[in-house]
Design a protein around this ligand. Sequence first.
Ligand code: COI
Length: 358
Amino acid sequence: MNQVSKIDFIKAEKLKEKPDPDTLQFGKNFTDYMFMMDFDGENGWVNPIIKPFESITLSPASFVFHYGQAVFEGLKAYKTIDGRSVIFRPEKHIARLNASCKRLCIPPLDSELVLEALTTLVELEKDWIPEKEGTSLYIRPFVISTEPYLGVRPSHHYKFMIILSPVGAYYSDGQLNPVKIYVEDEYVRAVKGGVGHVKTPGNYAASILAQERANEVGYEQVLWLDGKENKYIEEVGSMNIFFKINGEIYTPKLNGSILPGVTRDSVIQIVHDWGIPLHEELISIDDLYETYQKGQLEEVFGTGTAATISPVGELKWEEHVMTINHFETGEFAKKLYETMTGFHYGKIEDKFGWIKEL
Ligand code: COI
């Protein structure tokens, strides 16, 4: 532990056995330690501590259980091929965490302290970063409102925590295998002015019913349309979405209800760097279907921290089934995956300054 750190430390009595990296599932295993810090109205954010991963006790009246005032992030640490431990774009994730706090009326976190907490915790747990390509240590920072009070206003008490989970591919079919996506035409995920552009649990809770319905008919995920006209493509919920049409790349422009994905931003920068035209614009599902009918829709893929780059093999919209690239992983998605993971595992020079080395 860093001696000048303000972060307290309690040592675990016993360390856990690490899971087999060959059969790692997403989000099932947790490391030995976690970070925790409390907020109260009088003292602000206090008592930062790294301590053994354990259950916490909360009053059943805690705000978070009733009104959902909570935010979270998801980022990853990787082991590079030359054995370094690195975190991908932590500052960008911390900025988004604070943007989410602002929207949910949660007091802002000190970005430098959060960065120190992240790096100190991951450094301590670096033996938990799996080495196999396609695996990583998923980092989940989150804030919950803990004041025991029944009434809607900002809570006066919060907990900020960081937990770590060694992970493999997010989708059960494995990394880079095409997924089948159902275009949701009844329920909506978010509306402009709401909370779709920030990472708050309610967005995910509200998506589960549509996802369950899609799963029942053989689709892994749901593609959301805009909440007003049910016409413009937004995002998948677990990832942002991109289309390759006639050799050019298209993605829905951020409109206040789409999550500004860090992988989305990274992919946009890479594609610009390659000199390939990329358009951030309104994309209607009708127009997309028309490009499909004309044989111009070459590839579809999602981007996200959990999903990395995930090719889409089939899109179902109303009675139309669009089979993309013969349900095979497209060359463009593959090249992007190799480039993104090249940055993650230190195979490509970090020309964008995205890698934080521990
Ligand atoms: C992430 O990509 O980090 C997310 O939080 C998405 C979630 C569905 C796992």
